[in-house]
Design a binder for this molecule. Structure first.
Ligand code: HEM
Length: 445
C-alpha cells in the first residue's frame, strides 16, 4: 500500500490498515472538565496518536498505538457547534437501537452504552496487556480529573492457530475494500471504493462538511456477544445430510454456508462442499468470486453460496449488478474479546463467560455503511431475494424467530429455523475519529 493521494500523516492509523497489534483496549470516557481537557488533548494525547504513516512501517510502529474518537455528545462538550452532516451519528447509537434489531426495551445493552453519556473512546493497541496498562496508567495520570473513565473492554487475538479467527472459528479480516489513491494493487475480487466512502470530504463524499472534518471518519463500535457453545451445538444438531458426508462434515458445511466461508477463509462460492485451506490462505484467490457462475442462474443458484450467507448479505457482489455497488462498504477493524470456550461450556453447550467481537467499522456515512448493512441487508428477510431470510450470523430481529432458506445446497427450498441469536448486541456508540490536524486546530482550542 502506498498513498500518493491521501495525507497519511493526518489519518488515524486504525482507519485504513488496522492497528497491527494482538491486544487492544477500548477505553470509554466522559469529559469532566472541558477547560482542563482541551490543553491536555493537544499536549498529552495528540503526541501519542498513531498515524497511518507510522503504522505502515514496522520501524516506526510505536510500542503501544493510540487512536481517539468522539461521540456527538463529546463534540458538543468540546463546544463544537457545526454539524458533521450525519443525523444517525448525531443521535447516537442508543437512539438507533430499534433500527438495528436490538432487543427493546429490556435490551441486552451494557448499561454504560444505554444513553448518550459516553463522550469518547481511546483505542490502545500493543503486543501485551501489560504494555497497554502501562500506557493507560501514564495517560490517566497526565489527564488527571479532566476525564472520567466510564467503561472499558479488553480485547485480543485468539491464541495459537486461532489467531486471526473470530470466536466461532472463522478466519476474519479477509475482505476489506481497497481505497483508490491508497491501495496500490487491489487483490482480485477486492471491492474498490473511492476514498470518500471511508473518509469525510475526500473524493466520493458528496455531503457538505465543516472544513476541519476532512480525513476524519465515523467509527462504529459494537460489543457483539457470541454464543459459541450454542452455535456449535446447533451445527452438531443440524448437519447437512448428503450421502457422501459424515455428520461432522455436514455440520461443518452448515457453518460454512451460514458464513459464506469455511473456517480457513476459503469462500464456499469457490469451494462449495469441502474446505480448501490453501485457497483460504491465498489473498490472490480468496476474494476472487462474484457468486455468478457461467452455467448457473445468478438469481436462483444457491448450490455454491446461500443468498443468506453472512458475506453475501453484507457484500452481495454481482447480485446487485456489474460493476459492483461501490457505496455500501465499510472498513472493518474488529478484534475478539473474552476467553476461549471452557471444557464445561463446550460439554454443556451453554455460555457461562461472555465472549464475542469488539466490532469496529469505519465509513463516511452511517446511512450507507454499518447502519445500512445491518438494517436493510442483514436483518431484511427479503434481501437479496424474497424469502432469503435474515443473516444467520448477525441478523437481529429483536429476538423474533428467524427462518432462513438456502442453507441446504441440494434443496434450496429447505428452511432452517433459528430460535437463538448466536450474536447478541450488547450495544455500543457511534464516534467520529478526527484527523490529527483537526485535533490540533479545532477540537483542542
Ligand atoms: C465478513 C464474522 C459482524 C459485515 C465476515 C467474515 C466473517 C465474519 C468470518 C469473513 C471474513 C472476511 O471476509 O473478512 C462476523 C461475526 C460477527 C460479524 C462473527 C459478529 C460477531 C458483522 C457486522 C457487520 C459485518 C455487524 C456489518 C453490519 C461484514 C462484511 C464482511 C464481513 C462487510 C465482508 C464481506 C465481503 O467483503 O465479502 N464477517 N461478522 N460483520 N462481515 Fe462480519
Amino acid at each position: 500500500a502506498a498513498g500518493a493521494g491521501l495525507n497519511l500523516d493526518d489519518i488515524q492509523g486504525d482507519v485504513l490498515i488496522g492497528m497491527k497489534k494482538n491486544r487492544e483496549l477500548f477505553y470509554f470516557f466522559t469529559i469532566a472538565d472541558v477547560a482542563d481537557f482541551k490543553p491536555k488533548l493537544s499536549g498529552s494525547i495528540l503526541p501519542l496518536i498513531t498515524s497511518t504513516t507510522q503504522l505502515l512501517d514496522v520501524s516506526t510502529q510505536p510500542e503501544t498505538a493510540l487512536n481517539i474518537a468522539f461521540s456527538q455528545t463529546g463534540l458538543t462538550a468540546l463546544n463544537v457547534t457545526e454539524s458533521l452532516g450525519d443525523s444517525i451519528f448525531s443521535a447516537g447509537q442508543f437512539a438507533d437501537l430499534a433500527n438495528l434489531g436490538d432487543f427493546a426495551p429490556s435490551h441486552n445493552w451494557v448499561a454504560e452504552f444505554a444513553g448518550t453519556g459516553i463522550h469518547g473512546v481511546m483505542l490502545f493497541a500493543s503486543d501485551t496487556d501489560d504494555k497497554i496498562n502501562t500506557a493507560v496508567t501514564n495517560l490517566e495520570s497526565a489527564l488527571g480529573d479532566s476525564i472520567t473513565k466510564v467503561y472499558s473492554l479488553q480485547a485480543g487475538a485468539r491464541p495459537g492457530a486461532e489467531a486471526g479467527h473470530e470466536h466461532f472459528g472463522f478466519l476474519d479480516g479477509i475482505s476489506n475494500p481497497a481505497v483508490t489513491g491508497f491501495t496500490a494493487n487491489p487483490m482480485a475480487g477486492q471491492a474498490v471504493v473511492a476514498p470518500g466512502t471511508i473518509l469525510l470530504s475526500e473524493t466520493g463524499d458528496a455531503t457538505t462538511r465543516p472544513s476541519w472534518a476532512k480525513d476524519g471518519t465515523f467509527l462504529v463500535f459494537r460489543q457483539l456477544k457470541q454464543l459459541v457453545p450454542e452455535f456449535n451445538a446447533f451445527l452438531t444438531a443440524n448437519p447437512i445430510v448428503d450421502g457422501n458426508l459424515t455428520a461432522q462434515q455436514g455440520s461443518d458445511l452448515l457453518g460454512a454456508r451460514m458464513v459464506g466461508r469455511w473456517k480457513s477463509g476459503a469462500p464456499v462460492d469457490l469451494s462449495p462442499l469441502v474446505d480448501d485451506p490453501a485457497l483460504g490462505a491465498d489473498p490472490t484467490r480468496n476474494n476472487n468470486f462474484t457468486f455468478q457462475h457461467a452455467d448457473f442462474t445468478l438469481t436462483t443458484d444457491q448450490t455454491h453460496c446461500p443468498f443468506s450467507a453472512h458475506i453475501r448479505k453484507t457484500r452481495p457482489r454481482a447480485d446487485l449488478g456489474t460493476p459492483e455497488d461501490a457505496v455500501h462498504h465499510i472498513m472493518r477493524a474488529g478484534i475478539p474479546y473474552g476467553p476461549e470456550v471452557s471444557a464445561s461450556e463446550a460439554s454443556s453447550g451453554t455460555t457461562s463467560t461472555e465472549r464475542g467481537l469488539a466490532f469496529v467499522a469505519y465509513q463516511s456515512s452511517l446511512s450507507n455503511g454499518f447502519h445500512f448493512l445491518q438494517q436493510l441487508w442483514a436483518n431484511n428477510a427479503n434481501f437479496v431475494h424474497a424469502g432469503t431470510g435474515a443473516d444467520p450470523i448477525i441478523g437481529a430481529l429483536a429476538g423474533a424467530q428467524r427462518v432462513v432458506s438456502g442453507l441446504n445446497p441440494t434443496n434450496a427450498a429447505t428452511t432452517t429455523t433459528l430460535t437463538t441469536d448466536f450474536v447478541v448486541s450488547r450495544g455500543g456508540e457511534y464516534f467520529f475519529a478526527p484527523s490529527l490536524s483537526a485535533i490540533a486546530s479545532k477540537l483542542s482550542v
